[in-house]
Design a binder for this molecule. Structure first.
Ligand code: HAM
Length: 484
């Protein structure tokens, strides 16, 4: 008997893999904005004497629990924690300050001349509820100063953040500053604060009722609108009225330095920050409210400024010791790149292009294409910013690309040029073409480009990808006279 046929398996269609919620691709169209920010972050680091430190994306979970605080939202609800194959509890970093504090001790930075100034740029992970400006993977850059308690550092960091956002990126912003005092001030203040809230407990939202016992300082920055939390917070005792002498002096000096730097700031008594490691100075930089927003906050569809902070930071004098190092004063801040990019687009800031090409290399026929392959390498090595489209046949199509890239010159290499050992150089603005000796081409083209740059012809700027109007390309020039 022939063997029974197996019933055909029904094909199960697997769902197409897609981006995870709260994660995003940074597309080529967005790269000019990202590259610009990255470059400014590096430039700022050089200006202010910061060295780059890259720490791993995965650390021991306990590093973050101990530093950010067990009752903080980040540790309670937002950590990407898991047990690795070796049985260790690890976490994707939700921020980088704690990793820097670990590295500071682990690599003996304390033995170097203080202060030690370090910076980073990289992804962070928080399992937050995705919404506008809130992602589960997002990028931060940050600057941290270890080993110096002087508020002049705090002032200079605020200046750096302000310079980057307002002076360089041209964003309208609002600087928010507060002091939550040292340990002594805070324990005194917390008694007063819990006293104030205990008699008003029934008016609080459920989260704030819990905060009253677990983390009372966070009562001040409750975002719940349905209950009376915000009203109560605005009338609550203020940290600045309960500062120790040392903390008061520290804060007064910081404000004097900010005045000296002529940075306009708002004293914000409700600014306490969501991470537990802070002491004395805390600050944030928010997008400035749109004039239509009025006193009460932004329009309904605009996230409240306090929830869309572009930069946040402060002093954390106890952190290094808290995770096992020697007592080390420290201060720093981090900026959120996605939120800054969104502001650049919103305000239609002109963003410099990632690359700018001076010359486009056009080829015609198989011989021209082959020789262009080599000429392209020679030009590139000679430091000429040259673009090509070697797989295209039509000269018209190639010149269209040259126009789109806003190249000043096109070099044309066809059958006739190969035979004559020449090239044709075309000025893309006026269409004038000249024949040139192939062997002198690189030197001559370089000379012209240098002349052009010294005449201060500024490279064009591009508008952001998502707001860019569809550009009408310049009409292609007529087919050039390259026929032999
Ligand atoms: P943070 O306030 O948690 O502070 O984050 C700093 C900035 O990162 C925020 O102002 C925001 O721009 C951005 N950010 C935070 N969470 C998200 C998210 N889920 N999606 C998009 N962007 C986000 C810190 O992380 C501290 N380590 C800052 C610091 C450095 N303090 C001292 N030194």
């Amino acid at each position: 008997m022939p063997p029974a046929k197996k019933p055909a398996k029904a094909k199960v269609k697997l769902p197409q893999p897609q981006l995870l919620r709260g994660f995003k691709d940074i597309l080529p169209g967005d790269q000019p904005a990202w590259t610009w920010i990255r470059r400014l972050v590096d430039d700022l680091a050089v200006s202010y004497g910061f060295q780059r430190l890259d720490t791993p994306l995965v650390e021991m979970e306990s590093l973050f629990v101990r530093s950010i605080g067990e009752t903080s939202d980040i540790v309670e609800k937002e950590m990407f924690s898991f047990t690795d194959r070796g049985g260790d509890r690890v976490a994707l970093r939700p921020e980088t300050t704690a990793s820097f504090a670990r590295a500071y001790t682990e690599h003996g930075f304390i033995n170097q001349p203080q202060p030690v100034k370090l910076y980073y740029f990289g992804p962070q992970f928080r399992y937050d509820r995705p919404q506008a400006g809130r992602f589960r993977q997002f990028y931060q850059f940050g600057y941290e100063i270890f080993g110096d308690p002087d508020p002049i550092n705090d002032a200079q960091l605020i200046m750096m953040a302000y310079s980057l956002l307002n002076v360089e990126l041209k964003l309208p912003v609002s600087v928010q500053v507060n002091s939550i005092g040292d340990k002594e001030s805070r324990s005194r203040y917390l008694k007063v604060l819990t006293g104030y809230y205990r008699t008003r407990k029934n008016a609080l939202c459920e989260t704030c009722k819990e905060r009253l016992t677990k983390n009372p300082l966070r009562l001040l920055d409750c975002k719940e609108k349905a209950k009376d939390c915000q009203e109560l917070a605005s009338q609550a005792p203020q940290t600045v009225d309960h500062l120790s002498d040392a903390s008061r002096q520290h804060f007064v000096r910081l404000l004097e330095y900010l005045d000296e730097l002529q940075i306009g700031y708002e004293l914000n008594p409700r600014l306490v920050r969501g991470l537990d490691y802070y002491s004395n100075t805390v600050f944030e930089i928010w997008p400035a409210r749109s004039p239509s927003a009025g006193e009460a906050g932004g329009p309904a569809d605009e996230p409240e400024a306090s929830q869309s902070a572009l930069v946040g930071g402060g002093r954390y004098d106890g952190l290094v010791e808290m995770i096992g190092g020697r007592p080390t004063p420290a201060v720093g801040f981090a900026g959120g790149v996605e939120r800054i990019v969104a502001q650049l687009y919103k305000h239609q800031v002109a963003i410099p292009p990632v690359a700018h090409y001076d010359v486009f290399l056009c080829q015609l026929g198989e011989q021209g294409r082959k020789k262009s392959l080599r000429l392209f390498e020679d030009m590139r090595r000679a430091g000429i910013r040259v673009a090509e489209n070697l797989s295209k046949d039509s000269i018209k199509a190639q010149l269209e690309v040259a126009n789109r890239l806003k190249c000043k010159y096109s070099i044309i290499l066809g059958q006739k040029e190969i035979m004559d050992e020449t090239i044709l150089i075309r000025d893309m603005e006026n269409g004038i073409q000249e024949v040139m000796d192939y062997n002198k081409a690189i030197v001559e083209v370089k000379k012209r480009i240098e002349r052009m740059h010294t005449n201060h012809i500024v490279p064009p700027v591009v508008t952001p990808a998502s707001t860019a109007p569809t550009e009408t390309p310049a009409p292609p020039p007529d087919e050039p006279a390259v026929k032999s």
